[in-house]
Design a protein around this ligand. Structure first.
Ligand code: AMP
Ligand code: ZN
Length: 153
Protein backbone atom coordinates (compact mmCIF):
# COMPACT_ATOMS: atom_id res chain seq x y z
CA UNK A 1 0.00 0.00 0.00
CA UNK A 2 1.57 3.26 -1.16
CA UNK A 3 -0.87 5.80 0.22
CA UNK A 4 0.68 7.80 3.09
CA UNK A 5 -2.67 8.60 4.68
CA UNK A 6 -3.68 4.91 4.64
CA UNK A 7 -0.39 4.24 6.44
CA UNK A 8 -1.20 6.95 8.97
CA UNK A 9 -4.67 5.47 9.47
CA UNK A 10 -3.25 2.00 10.21
CA UNK A 11 -0.34 3.41 12.24
CA UNK A 12 2.41 2.06 10.00
CA UNK A 13 3.48 5.69 9.54
CA UNK A 14 3.73 7.92 12.61
CA UNK A 15 1.55 11.01 12.84
CA UNK A 16 0.30 13.49 15.40
CA UNK A 17 -3.25 12.28 15.91
CA UNK A 18 -5.65 14.40 17.90
CA UNK A 19 -8.86 12.49 17.19
CA UNK A 20 -9.97 9.05 16.06
CA UNK A 21 -13.27 7.22 15.70
CA UNK A 22 -14.44 4.23 13.64
CA UNK A 23 -14.52 6.19 10.40
CA UNK A 24 -12.14 9.14 10.61
CA UNK A 25 -8.90 10.42 12.06
CA UNK A 26 -7.69 13.98 12.57
CA UNK A 27 -3.96 14.73 12.55
CA UNK A 28 -1.73 17.77 12.74
CA UNK A 29 -0.48 18.72 9.26
CA UNK A 30 3.25 18.00 9.02
CA UNK A 31 3.87 21.40 7.34
CA UNK A 32 1.20 23.58 8.87
CA UNK A 33 -0.04 26.84 7.40
CA UNK A 34 -0.58 27.95 10.99
CA UNK A 35 -0.15 26.33 14.42
CA UNK A 36 -3.18 24.08 14.81
CA UNK A 37 -3.59 23.22 11.10
CA UNK A 38 -5.47 19.92 11.19
CA UNK A 39 -6.30 17.37 8.49
CA UNK A 40 -9.49 15.37 8.88
CA UNK A 41 -9.13 12.08 7.01
CA UNK A 42 -11.69 9.32 6.39
CA UNK A 43 -10.21 5.92 7.21
CA UNK A 44 -11.42 4.32 3.96
CA UNK A 45 -9.17 5.13 1.02
CA UNK A 46 -11.31 7.54 -1.00
CA UNK A 47 -9.46 9.64 -3.51
CA UNK A 48 -11.57 12.76 -3.58
CA UNK A 49 -15.05 14.26 -3.38
CA UNK A 50 -16.17 12.20 -6.40
CA UNK A 51 -15.03 8.94 -4.86
CA UNK A 52 -16.63 9.20 -1.41
CA UNK A 53 -20.22 8.24 -0.57
CA UNK A 54 -22.52 10.96 0.77
CA UNK A 55 -23.04 9.28 4.15
CA UNK A 56 -19.29 8.80 4.70
CA UNK A 57 -18.69 12.42 3.76
CA UNK A 58 -21.32 13.53 6.24
CA UNK A 59 -19.50 11.66 9.00
CA UNK A 60 -16.24 13.33 7.97
CA UNK A 61 -17.86 16.78 8.00
CA UNK A 62 -19.19 16.10 11.52
CA UNK A 63 -15.58 15.59 12.60
CA UNK A 64 -14.52 18.80 10.82
CA UNK A 65 -17.13 20.64 12.92
CA UNK A 66 -15.84 19.00 16.11
CA UNK A 67 -12.25 19.95 15.29
CA UNK A 68 -13.22 23.53 14.34
CA UNK A 69 -14.97 23.93 17.71
CA UNK A 70 -11.93 22.54 19.52
CA UNK A 71 -9.54 24.89 17.70
CA UNK A 72 -11.83 27.83 18.35
CA UNK A 73 -11.91 27.07 22.06
CA UNK A 74 -8.32 26.06 22.70
CA UNK A 75 -6.58 28.48 20.34
CA UNK A 76 -8.95 31.33 21.01
CA UNK A 77 -9.92 32.12 17.46
CA UNK A 78 -13.20 31.97 15.55
CA UNK A 79 -11.27 32.65 12.30
CA UNK A 80 -10.77 29.52 10.25
CA UNK A 81 -10.38 28.31 6.66
CA UNK A 82 -11.80 24.90 5.78
CA UNK A 83 -10.42 23.66 2.49
CA UNK A 84 -10.54 20.46 0.48
CA UNK A 85 -8.57 20.13 -2.77
CA UNK A 86 -9.58 17.86 -5.67
CA UNK A 87 -7.13 17.17 -8.50
CA UNK A 88 -3.68 18.51 -9.27
CA UNK A 89 -4.89 21.76 -10.82
CA UNK A 90 -6.79 22.46 -7.61
CA UNK A 91 -3.67 21.77 -5.55
CA UNK A 92 -4.31 18.22 -4.33
CA UNK A 93 -1.02 16.53 -3.51
CA UNK A 94 -2.12 13.52 -1.44
CA UNK A 95 -4.65 11.36 -3.30
CA UNK A 96 -6.57 10.31 -0.21
CA UNK A 97 -9.40 12.70 0.59
CA UNK A 98 -8.70 15.06 3.48
CA UNK A 99 -10.16 18.29 4.75
CA UNK A 100 -7.86 21.04 5.96
CA UNK A 101 -8.96 23.01 9.01
CA UNK A 102 -6.70 26.04 9.32
CA UNK A 103 -7.10 28.36 12.30
CA UNK A 104 -6.34 32.00 11.48
CA UNK A 105 -4.68 34.62 13.59
CA UNK A 106 -4.13 38.36 13.19
CA UNK A 107 -1.26 39.18 10.80
CA UNK A 108 -0.59 35.50 10.02
CA UNK A 109 0.28 36.41 6.41
CA UNK A 110 -1.75 33.57 4.92
CA UNK A 111 -3.75 34.46 1.81
CA UNK A 112 -6.41 31.93 0.85
CA UNK A 113 -8.57 34.54 -0.83
CA UNK A 114 -9.90 33.44 -4.20
CA UNK A 115 -8.96 35.71 -7.12
CA UNK A 116 -12.09 37.09 -8.82
CA UNK A 117 -13.01 38.76 -12.08
CA UNK A 118 -16.12 40.40 -13.49
CA UNK A 119 -18.24 38.21 -15.76
CA UNK A 120 -20.66 39.43 -18.44
CA UNK A 121 -24.44 38.79 -18.42
CA UNK A 122 -24.30 36.38 -21.41
CA UNK A 123 -21.67 34.22 -19.81
CA UNK A 124 -23.54 34.19 -16.49
CA UNK A 125 -26.69 33.10 -18.32
CA UNK A 126 -24.93 30.30 -20.23
CA UNK A 127 -23.21 28.90 -17.16
CA UNK A 128 -26.36 29.11 -15.06
CA UNK A 129 -28.27 27.24 -17.81
CA UNK A 130 -25.59 24.55 -18.00
CA UNK A 131 -25.35 24.09 -14.24
CA UNK A 132 -29.01 24.44 -13.41
CA UNK A 133 -30.32 21.48 -11.43
CA UNK A 134 -33.79 22.56 -10.40
CA UNK A 135 -34.15 26.31 -10.20
CA UNK A 136 -36.23 28.56 -12.43
CA UNK A 137 -34.05 30.18 -15.07
CA UNK A 138 -34.14 33.93 -15.54
CA UNK A 139 -34.97 35.42 -18.94
CA UNK A 140 -31.97 35.49 -21.27
CA UNK A 141 -30.11 38.79 -21.22
CA UNK A 142 -31.35 41.37 -23.73
CA UNK A 143 -28.77 41.87 -26.49
CA UNK A 144 -26.90 45.12 -26.09
CA UNK A 145 -27.79 47.72 -28.79
CA UNK A 146 -25.53 47.47 -31.84
CA UNK A 147 -23.14 50.31 -32.55
CA UNK A 148 -23.37 52.02 -35.96
CA UNK A 149 -20.24 50.32 -37.29
CA UNK A 150 -21.52 46.87 -36.29
CA UNK A 151 -24.83 47.50 -38.10
CA UNK A 152 -23.06 48.41 -41.37
CA UNK A 153 -21.12 45.09 -41.44
P1 AMP B 1 -3.26 18.69 -0.32
O1 AMP B 1 -2.46 19.70 -1.11
O2 AMP B 1 -4.66 19.16 -0.06
O3 AMP B 1 -3.20 17.31 -0.94
O4 AMP B 1 -2.58 18.65 1.10
C1 AMP B 1 -1.79 17.60 1.56
C2 AMP B 1 -1.34 17.99 2.94
O5 AMP B 1 -0.84 16.83 3.59
C3 AMP B 1 -0.25 19.05 2.98
O6 AMP B 1 -0.70 20.17 3.75
C4 AMP B 1 0.92 18.33 3.66
O7 AMP B 1 1.68 19.16 4.50
C5 AMP B 1 0.22 17.23 4.43
N1 AMP B 1 1.01 16.03 4.69
C6 AMP B 1 1.72 15.32 3.80
N2 AMP B 1 2.31 14.25 4.40
C7 AMP B 1 1.94 14.31 5.70
C8 AMP B 1 2.23 13.50 6.85
N3 AMP B 1 3.02 12.42 6.76
N4 AMP B 1 1.69 13.85 8.04
C9 AMP B 1 0.90 14.96 8.13
N5 AMP B 1 0.58 15.75 7.08
C10 AMP B 1 1.11 15.44 5.89
ZN1 ZN C 1 -5.23 6.08 1.26
Amino acid sequence: MECIFCKIVDNTLPSRKIYEDDDNVAILDINPASPGHVLVIPKKHKMDIFDIEGLDLRRTIEVVKLIAEKLKKELNTPNMNIIQNNGRIAGQIVDHLHIHVVPRFPNDNIDFRIPRYEMGQDQFYEIQKKLNINSKLPDPPTPSPKTETEEKK
